[in-house]
Design a protein around this ligand. Structure first.
Ligand code: C5P
Length: 234
């Protein structure tokens, strides 16, 4: 039987850091919402299904604006997210139940490439848990509450982690369930962490793409516009 590979695309954030009334995933890039580009990348990939997680008030708007207008046929569910990103992931995982693998992806990363998605699918089938990442370019320092440097980890060991973060669906669902039941949620910043902490399973880092940025602050939009122009030239 064909494997079910579901992309869980997260777009339920409020975009506080963007200083905009419009959440970042709906800001326009060349006349189309950021989220459109993200969804199109998965629609055109080998994933079999897409679950879209959005704000509770936006379900009907998203059905019309994305599923119907752009004829995104792989979207099988549009569900409401929650207050924190991990709540939204958990809602997405519930809607993806029965999948073999899930690729959890930030809706605010519209430049995820076909290659990164393909590498994620290939690797998750082998190792059960992988995340896209790139070596850091800057020196990273650990700084204490007084603003003093505590340590400078060797740069060669540091990677900046992106999404997709891809997992065996039963494995990550169990880890999320346990994490939420334990109420030990304060330090969660990505999905791999949940798996590492709740199950001890090792997570492989696969090659992402420096352009796979998360549109978070207004200056990211300027960069995004430049990237989009470059993609269109090709
Ligand atoms: O806020 P952050 O930059 O971590 O958001 C990453 C992605 O997670 C964004 O695409 C955002 O829409 C989504 N998110 C969500 N639910 C939340 C917070 C963030 O779906 N409660």
């Amino acid at each position: 039987m064909k494997e079910k590979i579901t992309a869980v695309v997260l777009a339920a954030g409020s975009g506080r850091r963007m200083n905009s009334a419009v959440p970042k995933q709906y800001l326009l890039l060349d006349g189309r919402p950021v989220l459109y580009y993200t969804l199109r990348a998965f629609e055109e990939s080998a994933v079999t299904d897409i679950v879209l997680v959005i704000g509770a008030d936006e379900i009907e708007y998203c059905r019309q604006e994305f599923v119907e207008k752009y004829r995104l046929s792989k979207i099988v569910a549009v569900v409401a997210g929650g207050r924190e990103r991990y709540h939204s992931v958990y809602e997405g995982l519930k809607a993806a139940a029965g999948s073999d693998y899930v690729l959890i992806h930030d809706g605010a990363r519209p430049f995820v490439t076909a290659d990164v998605i393909a590498r994620s699918i290939e690797a998750v089938k082998v190792c059960g848990a992988c995340v896209a990442g790139m070596p850091v370019k800057d020196t990273i320092k650990v700084v204490d509450a007084d603003g003093l440097v505590k340590e400078t980890p060797a740069r060669s060991t540091l990677w900046q982690i992106q999404t997709p973060q891809s997992f065996s669906c039963p494995l990550i669902t169990r880890a999320y369930k346990e994490m939420i039941a334990s109420c030990n949620t304060s330090s969660v910043t990505d999905d791999a962490m949940v798996l590492e902490q709740m199950t001890g399973q090792r997570v492989r880092v696969i090659e992402g793409d420096y352009r796979n940025i998360k549109i978070t602050t207004p200056e990211d939009l300027l960069v995004a516009e430049a990237y989009l122009k470059d993609v269109e030239k090709k």
